[in-house]
Write a protein that binds this ligand. Sequence first.
Ligand code: MTE
Ligand code: MO
Length: 230
Amino acid sequence: MASNLQDRVVAARLQLRERFLQKQRATPALSDPRPQGSGPPNRHGMPRLPPDQVAAQKWPVLDLGVKPDLPLESWSLAVDGAVEAPLRLSWAEFLALPQVEEESDFHCVTGWSLLDARFAGVPFATLAALARPLPSASHVLVHAADGYSTNLPLEEALKDDVLLVHGWEGKPLPQDHGGPVRMVTPQLWAWKGAKWVTRLEFLEEDRKGFWELRGYSNTAHPWRNDRYDG
Ligand SMILES: Nc1nc2c(c(=O)[nH]1)N[C@H]1C(S)=C(S)[C@@H](COP(=O)(O)O)O[C@H]1N2
Ligand SMILES: [Mo]
């Protein structure tokens, strides 16, 4: 990747970080005295499992039943909405962005947690940095190829462990789990991470996604046992 692109991403991420730092620190995973979020870096010796969760030995597959086949040649990711510089990345362009590896946990609201998953991908914050959210941007609605969607406040989406994942345990992310690319949100319930991601739509106000419209908690904090609204 051209080093000027790298520099641009780093500078823009720092700016976004400044802008959302206070809100981010006030989120439950970071402000609650324990157990401090999710994933090995955030556990600080605290319990491995949120209340009423059991550890999964294998990674279950959960979705609406349609598993879209997305050939890499035609795959693309749009980043648009309330941003200064909307963009659309091809597979090659996506892979040319700075890549990270994160070990994190994956908590499903139906009661299982996959612990210590090793994910490879691009931080959501990098894509946001490239698109430059407007000062008025506050949320993102993530769209997927099966018609699924899910919404996040930017202070959650911009956390370092929120990734657009294409690799799992050293291998390409299986189609069943949302390959070629899905999102993961280790500090929130797993439905906040859309499989088969196609579009990140920045918003100036909150707009609920598929499960949020159907009664799942809009805030979705595993460590607060925050599962369903109403
Ligand atoms: N595109 C899409 N993403 C989705 C879903 C879905 O139905 N479609 N289900 C969500 C739910 S409810 C969960 S628990 C996780 C499950 O991911 P997994 O099948 O990889 O375990 O994906 C989330 N992302
Ligand atoms: Mo789920």
